[in-house]
Ligand binder design. Structure first.
Ligand SMILES: Nc1ncnc2c1ncn2[C@@H]1O[C@H](COP(=O)(O)OP(=O)(O)OP(=O)(O)O)[C@@H](O)[C@H]1O
Length: 313
């Protein structure tokens, strides 16, 4: 499918000094052009895994291969990291005494002057940094620093881009714009992207593949459609939005708030419900119902479903 090159984790493990392993035996392969998201509970090791993949932390077992070559850890080389791998996290690594434009341009020495100027301008525009382009980067806001950090990482034209919650300060419009840009760029440049996020919607709309990490390893690999509509458990499915659970004859059925019918349908099972409340949510109304066992479910609809006593799932 791709050119055969990849960022490959072979059975890697890591522990902070004197602590028990954060993870053990992690296997992962990211191909050029692929966007792969990692989701999972807080403290499970997602950020640590990205730092290992960037060559910033020394793994305790296994190996990491970048396009077939071993990635050296910080104990094995003078300057930690790899020129083909860029990591964007909350530690913004900009030179505070350079302006925003200069910070971006400083990553572009591989280009000639004309291409450098036009790429700087493209990134300033995409990341909406034009109005602060001449400000020293120590004088810009937290959100602007985050955008600059991402612009600088993209300016390096890395083969692999590792993003750790890079969009937390972005508003809805910028979030969508940058996500779309990133997707196009990954495809055009054949850049492999690993995105760690708590935002399930982000993972669903941008990724080719979603990895679920918990209990010290990657437990599941899903397509976005499978992660949303075919989660293995309630625990996993809830990372991607509301998920209902009902028991019919002691068997659990999981379904999304848009996966129901109000009229009997072949192969669908009836569930008795009692309307509780509704809540406006922009494009739809959330209708909350109680089940016989007192558990709650939520259904999305264009109207209030006050009169409904039975649904089919
Ligand atoms: N510098 C450190 N020294 C010691 N332990 C650490 C250090 N950084 C993280 N940890 C521990 O390693 C484990 C994994 O942390 P990590 O930040 O990788 O998790 P995470 O899945 O990214 O969490 P979150 O989703 O909350 O950001 C946690 O138990 C954390 O407390």
């Amino acid at each position: 499918m791709f050119s055969g090159l990849s960022l490959k984790l072979k059975h890697i493990g890591f522990n902070y000094a004197l602590s028990k392993p954060v993870f053990k035996g992690v296997e992962l392969e990211v191909s050029p052009g692929e966007i792969c998201s990692i989701v999972g509970p807080s403290g499970t090791g997602k950020s640590t895994l990205l730092k290992c993949m960037a060559g910033q932390l020394q793994i305790s077992q296994g190996e990491i291969l970048i396009d077939g070559h071993k990635l050296l850890g910080p104990q094995e080389k003078l300057v930690a990291g790899h020129p083909e791998i860029a990591l964007v996290n909350q530690n913004f690594e900009q030179d505070e005494y350079f302006t925003v434009s200069e910070n971006i341009a400083n990553q572009l020495h591989h280009l000639n002057r004309q291409d450098r100027l036009s790429f700087v301008q493209e990134l300033l525009t995409i990341f909406e940094l034009n109005s602060v382009s001449n400000k020293k980067s120590k004088k810009i806001s937290g959100g602007e620093k985050q955008r600059l950090s991402m612009a600088c990482a993209l300016a390096k034209e890395p083969k692999y881009l590792l993003l750790d919650e890079p969009f937390v300060h972005f508003d809805v419009h910028l979030h969508r714009k940058i996500g779309t840009y990133l997707k196009e760029l990954a495809k055009i440049r054949e850049m492999g992207v690993v995105l760690v996020t708590h935002n399930g919607a982000e993972a669903l709309s941008w990724s080719n593949r979603i990895l679920m990490m918990y209990k010290g390893n990657i437990q599941r690999s899903y397509t976005p459609e499978m992660a949303y509509y075919k989660p293995k458990t309630l625990f996993e499915g809830r990372f991607f939005g509301d998920l209902n659970s009902v028991y019919i004859q002691e068997k659990q059925y999981l379904f999304r708030p848009n996966e129901y019918s109000l009229v009997p349908e072949n192969n669908k099972l009836a569930v008795s419900v009692t309307f509780r409340k509704s809540q406006f949510n922009g494009p739809f109304i959330e209708n909350y119902f109680q089940l016989k066992n007192k558990n709650e479910i939520v259904l999305y609809a264009s109207t209030e479903l006050k009169e409904i006593k039975e649904i089919y799932v």
